[in-house]
Design a protein around this ligand. Structure first.
Ligand SMILES: Nc1nc2c(c(=O)[nH]1)N[C@H]1C(S)=C(S)[C@@H](COP(=O)(O)OP(=O)(O)OC[C@H]3O[C@@H](n4cnc5c(=O)[nH]c(N)nc54)[C@H](O)[C@@H]3O)O[C@H]1N2
Ligand SMILES: Nc1nc2c(c(=O)[nH]1)N[C@H]1C(S)=C(S)[C@@H](COP(=O)(O)OP(=O)(O)OC[C@H]3O[C@@H](n4cnc5c(=O)[nH]c(N)nc54)[C@H](O)[C@@H]3O)O[C@H]1N2
Ligand code: SF4
Ligand SMILES: [Mo]
Length: 872
């Protein structure tokens, strides 16, 4: 038996260890690594389905220049020439890199060094600006540096865990599983602060359905309560904190009633916090993606500093990072306002030290352009050469249509990606094929500062190359041979570790200098280790005894005045659109969208909307909704639910121009940013919702790829093909001809008209095997979608009945991806006498018995079995 290769999951910041065993057929077996400290063998549904996502479907295998295959020499000479000539003609600030928290530390290190030390501009920013920038800024304001004080075990040791703007159950599932297990073992109390009822609420003792954006007022209220109830740690504050009085005065002047939470619930939360020594406050995008994100972060940290609940086992503020290497990007200085190794761009001594270490010709003295400003500068023509790596800004940046136009109009754009067909890559002059997860090799740092290896387990496809190797090659072609003469990832990692010694000498937190001389073999064998890793420090918590990284060694409490979201509501745009993540999809679905298993869960772009809003907007469940904002519009399937608050609908971020016609949520998000961090307010757009008045609706399944052209469509893969939703504005006379063109099939279909259901149904067969089917109606079509999708390629003569025969039950939309258990199967297993427990349902159906990611949804089905869901 071959020994599995140890690596790390490419998705969320939990950073689970995986064991990879390449299979004879080119596939990959993926299991949880029992020895990795982040997950101890656990994985979530996404991690478990990684093996489904390593095929070469859609992969770019050679460089492309102007849409035609080119050699690496030709492509990289062109990149080097264009960046060189642009800098010569227009100065270093006319070029920019826009990179990603999914790059490895080694990639990030080289990109940052090339831009800041050699091209001479600080115009390198990253999708972390859309993700963690407010936390970075809040940490720096409070602690003097960007330090996450705690460790994962704190969530297990704590007696109270507060999840603020974090849907941990879906977005950091293994950490959620660890918390749920700790709660089962010793009764950890859990409070969720979120305008939406999420799956994370299933283990909550209290859910504060807070008004969007009002978190700072909530935590100001908490600080006031801590002061009035004698819960200030005066000893810790007098020794280690500045700004207490001003922060408390501001807090007292604030009004927690703007949260919309009842006085009774506010008091309950405040008393729980005050009465518990071991409190961890976990926060994420509900905090960061806000025009007051940095203030919200500091309002949270203020409470922990004032009560001395920081750096101790089981207590502290805890930012959970989104991307697998969000932390590594921060450590290498990959943001426009950072230098490297947590050193400061504004500090002349730091700059000089880094310049000397790099033996660099130059180093910028001022911060570069942050993401939103950077794309504005592309639009205005200031940036004339742009290199985008490992991110898809046309889908993820706010006001995304404008970003697309700016990129298309830019003099010279390079995109490094796995695929040529992304909404961003399609607009580039040069597209470079990068190695992806499973192929590439290097290190990542997870949310609790643990550095782990990603290791290569698969053959390098086509001519794809590692991102660091591509950046370094361009550096050499631009004339900096010695500085970019790396032979391996290990070379780069050693240099990064050496540079961190300088940071350590300047009294910075990020110090991994003990790894400076790691041999190649040690790097290959490197086991997960939490930083700092130096002669004097080893991987523990920060700040229990103060020792903050400010010039005085004291932490700063900041005076915070809460502010409402910036996007103003009015008669035209009366609703506040929230956006975020679904359990089984990752960002733009570039990887998870390849797994039929994962695509069964929430298979269509949806809009969760409160029943009263739905009524007021004239939409009902299964209708299509046109969501219009000041910057654009998008279409989603309506899901009426009181999980969302009145006035605050929610849509997922995952759909792109590749997977749907018009469901990119970023189109309606305005480019409003936090004034300190520059992070966009992605969670609070002002929108209107109206019914998308289609002349017809359809559901299709097909064994053959298809490219609809209707104003609304969305598609996902299923085991033997794909399933799609369509809607059209123009009435169709001849459905048989329409279907033949849609599916690209010449033979005639079998066709029935169901006048009762008001549907026309068509099916195409090759021999006895079903090739494609289309179900059309004037209203959204109600058919057993999962049953029909499972019939592709089968002898399915009864498929036009649109539902299973009497003896076969449609499993319904998938709830449990691992064990393939559908909603109807779970509903069937719920006894009528109200005695069902999650455990009982799991045992009787098999659902939730593998990774457990769906257990919270099973609990929801037991609690509220008739909740309608989209696309049924
Ligand atoms: N399944 C899955 N997991 C992922 C990802 C993914 O794409 N899919 N992406 C990863 C990445 S990069 C990130 S950054 C993380 C994000 O992880 P999370 O931050 O947990 O995810 P989101 O769904 O973006 O937002 C969290 C919650 O914030 C709430 N919210 C909105 N506005 C407010 C507000 O004003 N106040 C409060 N308190 N809450 C608010 C939303 O209702 C939502 O439930 O997830 C990571 N994990
Ligand atoms: N409205 C709204 N907008 C949001 C958010 C939100 O909550 N609401 N969340 C924001 C957040 S937190 C984030 S993190 C962003 C995420 O948004 P993006 O970063 O734009 O999304 P991804 O799909 O992760 O894009 C990664 C791209 O890199 C490619 N890729 C994968 N691996 C590699 C590799 O190794 N090398 C290279 N060169 N390419 C690779 C993939 O094919 C894919 O095209 O979205 C942000 N935008
Ligand atoms: S929790 Fe899931 S997505 Fe996140 S790292 Fe672990 S297996 Fe991957
Ligand atoms: Mo993120």
């Amino acid at each position: 038996m071959t020994t599995p290769i140890r690596s790390t999951c490419p998705y969320c910041g939990v950073g689970c260890g995986v064991l990879l065993t390449p299979q004879a057929d080119g596939g990959l077996k993926v299991e949880g690594d029992p020895e990795h400290p982040a997950n101890l063998g656990r994985l979530c549904s996404k991690g478990l389905a990684l093996g489904d996502t390593v095929g070469l479907e859609g992969r770019l295998l050679t460089p492309q220049v102007d849409g035609t295959p080119a050699s690496w020499d030709k492509a990289l000479d062109l990149v080097a020439d264009r960046f060189t000539s642009t800098i010569a003609e227009h100065g270093p600030d006319s070029v920019a890199f826009y990179v990603s928290g999914q790059l490895l530390t080694e990639d990030y290190y080289v990109a940052n060094k090339l831009m800041k030390g050699f091209m001479g501009s600080a115009n390198i920013d990253t999708n972390s600006r859309l993700c963690m920038a407010s936390t970075v800024a809040g940490h720096k304001r409070a602690f003097g540096t960007d330090t996450v004080p705690g460790v994962y075990e704190d969530l297990e040791i704590a007696d109270l865990v507060v999840l603020v703007g974090s849907n941990l159950a879906w977005c950091h599932p293994v950490l959620y599983q660890r918390l749920a297990a700790a709660r089962a073992a010793h009764g950890t109390k859990v409070v969720v602060v979120d305008p939406r009822r999420t799956s994370s609420c299933d283990i909550a003792d209290l859910h504060l359905k807070i008004a969007p954006g009002s978190d700072a007022a909530l935590f100001n209220g908490l600080l006031t309560h801590l002061a009035s109830s004698g819960e200030i740690d005066t000893d810790f504050v007098s020794k280690n904190v500045t700004g207490f009085d001003a922060a408390l005065a501001s807090a007292r002047a604030d009004d927690p009633s703007v949260t919309g939470v009842s006085d009774a619930d506010l008091t309950r939360f405040y008393e729980m916090f005050a009465a518990t020594d071991k409190v961890v406050t976990v926060f994420s995008q509900g905090i960061n993606q806000s025009s007051s994100g940095t203030d919200k972060v500091n309002a949270i940290i203020n409470c922990h500093l004032a009560s001395g609940r920081i750096g101790l086992p089981g207590s502290g503020p805890f930012s959970v990072t989104g991307q697998p290497n969000a932390m590594g990007g921060r450590e290498t200085g990959g943001l426009a306002n950072m230098l490297a190794a947590h050193l400061d761009l504004e500090n002349a001594e730091h700059r000089e030290a880094v310049q000397t270490f790099w033996d660099a010709p130059t180093i910028p003295t001022e911060a570069g352009l942050k993401a939103v400003d950077l794309f504005d500068a592309v639009e205005s023509g200031q940036i004339k050469a742009l290199w985008i790596a490992c991110t898809n800004p046309v889908v993820s940046m706010p006001d995304s249509d404008r970003v697309a136009q700016a990129i298309a109009a830019c003099d010279f754009t390079v995109v490094s990606d796995l695929n040529a067909q992304t909404d961003t890559a399609r607009l580039a002059d040069v597209v470079l094929p990068a190695l992806g997860w499973g192929e590439k090799s290097g290190t990542v740092t997870n949310s609790d500062r643990t550095i782990s290896r990603q290791r290569s387990a698969l053959k390098h496809p086509g001519q794809a190359r590692a991102d660091w190797d591509i950046f370094a090659d361009v550096g050499r072609r631009m004339g900096w041979e010695a500085a970019f003469d790396y032979q391996s990832e290990a070379d780069i990692f050693r240099e990064h570790a050496q540079l961190s010694r300088i940071a350590g000498d300047f009294g910075k937190d990020f110090d991994i200098s003990a790894l400076s001389d790691l041999s190649d073999a040690d790097y290959d064998a490197f086991a997960p280790q939490r930083w700092p890793i130096s002669d004097t420090a080893n991987g523990g918590r920060f700040f229990a005894d103060g020792a903050f990284f400010t010039p005085t060694g004291r932490a700063n409490m900041l005076p915070i005045a809460s502010r409402a979201p910036e996007a103003k509501l009015d008669q035209q745009f009366p609703l506040r659109l929230n956006s975020g993540r679904a359990r089984d999809q990752w960002h733009t679905m570039s990887r998870t969208g390849l797994s039929a298993k994962l695509c069964k869960h929430l298979a269509e772009p949806f809009l969760q909307i409160h029943p009263e809003d739905a009524l007021a907007c004239g939409v009902a469940s299964a209708d299509l909704a046109l969501v219009t904002g000041r910057s654009g519009e998008a279409i989603f399937r309506v899901w009426v639910t009181d999980d969302v608050a009145k006035g605050a609908p929610f849509a997922p971020i995952h759909w792109t121009g590749e997977t749907a016609a018009a469901s990119v949520v970023a189109r309606v998000i305005p480019a409003i940013t936090d004034p300190v961090s520059g992070q966009p307010e992605s969670k609070s757009a002002a929108v209107s919702v109206t019914k998308f008045e289609a002349a017809w609706y359809a559901f299709a399944v097909s064994a053959i790829p298809l490219q609809p052209t209707t104003p609304y469509w969305s598609r996902v893969p299923v085991e033997n093909g794909l399933r799609a939703e369509l809607a059209g504005l123009d009435s169709v006379q001849d459905w048989a001809s329409y279907a033949k063109e849609l599916f690209g099939i010449e033979s005639d279909p079998m066709m029935v008209t169901d006048t009762v259901a008001g549907q026309t149904r068509l099916a195409f067969y090759e021999g006895d095997a079903l090739m494609a089917a289309l179900y059309v109606g004037r209203e959204p079509v109600a058919v057993a979608r999962d049953f029909i999708a499972a019939q592709i390629g089968q002898q399915a003569q009864t498929v036009l009945a649109a539902r299973p025969g009497k003896d076969v039950r449609d499993p319904g939309p998938t709830v449990c991806s691992c064990m393939s258990v559908g909603r109807n199967q779970i509903l069937d297993a719920i006894p009528a006498n109200g005695t069902a427990s999650v455990e009982f349902i799991c045992q009787s159906t098999g659902a939730g018995t593998n990774c457990g990611s769906c257990r919270s949804e099973i609990a929801q089905l037991i609690a509220r079995p008739r909740q309608p869901i989209a696309a049924e």
